[in-house]
Design a binder for this molecule. Structure first.
Ligand SMILES: Cc1cc2nc3c(=O)[nH]c(=O)nc-3n(C[C@H](O)[C@H](O)[C@H](O)COP(=O)(O)O)c2cc1C
Length: 175
């Protein structure tokens, strides 16, 4: 099984990329590709730019990674209660290339932040929105207080780790 893991942030130190990477590692026997944060650094979508310059290479590459994946994990960073501008921009480009750009793939939605709500606002938006992208949303998990609960590449709180394992397992059992 091939998993595409996306931290929905252009930060090189993205805590969401760390969480998505960890979650992908929990899928037994899976081969995972973690999206490089620099790929999200692309021109701002506009209809004029699309018409004049076409689609950014990085957006095309990300769409090809989605095509190749059997399942997708997206961990959402929250900026001002919503998606990061970089990730919203990616959504806009992808949706112009392929309206249902998640192509019926099983999708696990995650979010984390240093605060106590763990990105709950952006998660609420994403749970409503992602079904429109063609994704089969199989589960979700929000990790509050990242710096307290995630150390040495893994979730250290037993209860939260168990919850995450349960959500991750839905990627392989949902078919
Ligand atoms: C512009 C900006 C807005 C932010 N807004 C929120 C917010 O609304 N809720 C929240 O929990 N954290 C907020 N944060 C803190 C982010 O959760 C934190 O920077 C986190 O590391 C982002 O995830 P990332 O490391 O994966 O990029 C904000 C950070 C920035 C830079």
């Amino acid at each position: 099984m091939k998993i595409l893991a996306i931290g929905a942030s252009s930060s090189r130190q993205s805590i969401n990329r760390k969480l998505a990477t960890y979650a992908a590692s929990l899928v037994t026997g899976a081969q995972s590709l973690v999206l490089d944060s620099t790929l999200l650094d692309m021109p701002l979508y506009s209809i004029d730019r699309q018409t004049n310059d076409g689609f950014p290479e990085s957006a095309q590459l990300i769409l090809s990674h989605i095509h190749e994946a059997d399942a997708v994990i997206i961990s959402l960073a929250e900026h001002n209660h919503s998606y990061t501008a970089a990730f919203k921009n990616l959504i806009d480009w992808l949706s112009r290339m392929e309206r249902k750009f998640l192509l019926d793939k099983p999708l696990l939605l995650l979010s984390t932040s240093p605060g106590g709500r763990g990105g709950a606002n952006v998660m609420a938006q994403a749970l409503k929105f992602f079904p429109y992208t063609g994704a089969k949303v199989v589960g979700s998990f929000t990790l509050p207080k990242f710096n307290d609960h995630f150390q040495d590449g893994q979730v250290i709180d037993d209860e939260l780790r168990l919850q995450l394992h349960q959500e991750v397992s839905k990627l392989t059992t949902s078919n």
